[in-house]
Design a protein around this ligand. Structure first.
Ligand code: ADP
Ligand code: MG
Length: 251
């Protein structure tokens, strides 16, 4: 099994006019880490993520995977090595579930075992012949995850993948993603605006604000208040909810 990669950002900057969506970000994600990137809407999370698979080219700085600049070589080959899941999944509506999952094969990769991929994301095999329109939102996200992993990518990028799902589906899918990360030996970068999700799933949480990384800490450190004021404000939300629920439970 190939080793999970190391992902590094070195001075990555991307501006739209005078506004720096990503402002001089330098950090490394070590092989096998599950990192959550959290921040308010508009803080630059998606822009930073997209510099990895070259959907966005930075104005300055570079992104490397195992030391190699992602801008060396053709983008399609790069993208085959990266699993990418985003909120609106982007399944092809005119293709079946099986055909969607096997897309990496159609664009030049190794053959895909669709049944095994369905098992991996805990979808019944009989869904293989359905069209995406015949699935629930959670099932569609699972197909998106299966497709992202079908090319045997070792780097998994997810951009608010659970955003549109109900809480139970979201929770189950989050656990499945974390389980697959551990089982397959991946390096994972999950973008979310939900601090509770980040704290529960990740080994390490990055907090982004106005294009900059303002906190980089473990969930335990963040819960202990060691992430600084912006992180504290985000951690306060799930903490207050947990406290209120615990208080109701005692009544
Ligand atoms: P997030 O994912 O954290 O919500 P984004 O990375 O999508 O944030 O956006 C960061 C900032 O860059 C926002 O202010 C957004 O409006 C701006 N932005 C993103 N894409 C573009 C674009 N193509 N043109 C102009 N501004 C953009
Ligand atoms: Mg975004």
């Amino acid at each position: 099994m190939p080793a999970p990669p190391r992902l590094a950002f070195e001075g990555v900057t991307k501006a739209y006019g005078a506004m720096r969506a990503v402002d001089d970000v330098t950090l490394a994600i070590e092989p096998g880490q599950f990192v959550a990137l959290v921040g308010q809407s508009g803080s630059g999370k998606s822009t930073l993520l997209k510099t990895v698979n070259r959907l966005i080219e930075p104005d300055a700085g570079r992104v490397t995977i195992d030391g190699a600049d992602v801008s060396d070589g053709p983008a399609p080959a790069l993208r085959r090595r990266i699993g990418y899941v985003f909120q609106n999944v982007g399944l092809f509506p005119h293709l079946t579930v099986a055909e969607n999952i096997a897309m990496p094969q159609r664009i030049g990769g190794a053959p895909v075992d669709v049944a095994a991929r369905l098992d991996q994301v805990e979808l019944p095999r009989e869904l293989a012949s359905r069209s995406p329109a015949q699935l629930s939102g959670g099932q569609r996200q699972r197909v998106g995850l299966a497709r992202a992993l079908a090319g045997e990518a070792k780097l998994l990028l997810m951009d608010e993948p659970f955003g549109a799902l109900d809480p139970l589906t979201r929770d189950a899918l989050g656990r499945r993603v974390r389980g697959l990360h551990d089982q397959l030996g991946l390096t994972t970068l999950l973008v979310t605006h939900d601090m509770a999700e980040a704290l529960l799933l990740a080994d390490r949480v990055l907090v982004m604000d106005a294009g900059r990384i303002v906190a980089d800490a473990t969930p335990a450190e963040l819960l202990a208040g060691r992430g600084g004021s912006i992180a504290d404000a985000l951690v306060a939300v799930p903490r207050e909810q947990a406290r209120a629920l615990a208080a109701m439970d005692r009544e």
